[in-house]
Write a protein that binds this ligand. Sequence first.
Ligand code: COA
Length: 259
Amino acid sequence: MSSVTVLRRGHAVLVTLDRPDRRNALDRATVAELGRLGRELSVDASVRAVVLTGAGDRAFCAGADLKERESMSLDDVRAMLDSYRSELTWLGAAPFPVVAALNGAALGGGLELALTCDLRVAAPHAVLGLPETSLAIVPGAGGTQRLPRLVGYARALELILLGRRLSATEALAFGLINRVTPGGADLVEDTLAWLAPLLDGSPTAMRAALSAVRAAQTLPLDAGLDAERRAYEACLASDDRREALRAFAEKRKPVFRGP
Ligand code: COA
């Protein structure tokens, strides 16, 4: 039985970690399944966004599957750390944005999974933290690198060294998540509604903007400005740009079709 379910919602794809009895923890099979899915979705031009969530309302993902981990050799663990990188990096590198919709606890590898995504939305009861040092290890799925890039050095150390757990509202104030869904709202529906400008917008522009902004995370300014110029170039002769100018002149909403 698959530990990941996939549902198409128009141009969005809803991916659900489906191991609620283990609080959607990441075992080998789930990581491999996510990697396989990433390779498939990344070449599907109809996909404009992916929403990644967890089954149930207790946890988005409780991190590494600690029950599986108990029986692993040191080399098994090393292979698992490699697979986090080879199988999960697409979540922040695909030609569409991936949004983590945190339906509950995002701890350890669960928060690192969310950090790999481009954007994060949380239900009001979600808790976020990196408790690895309390288990005598360090975050091993990118947390020590992605968290400081997102929230800054001191805040990242507060989470990693002090093991501080944040509520959804605290995580919003930290800049760790983009949005907390209103109480009583359905997390996935709220996330899809929030994404409407992206889902209805020009796929050409969205892809180009995403690649340019991602470049800002790693490139020096000059190289980043080159990346921005390449992104603009990708839009310049597009049908979507012509449609946008025509719609403006005709005082109507543009209808974007992408490349
Ligand atoms: N790996 C494997 N199984 C896990 C798990 C994990 N990371 N986290 C929870 N589970 C299992 C529990 O062992 C329990 O199984 P059982 O019913 O066979 O005893 C089941 O999921 C429910 O766990 P429980 O703690 O009762 O759920 P909860 O809803 O009260 O709390 C969490 C959810 C996520 C807050 C809590 O389970 C937790 O803190 N988990 C560990 C998180 C962690 O430290 N991750 C590793 C970081 S490196």
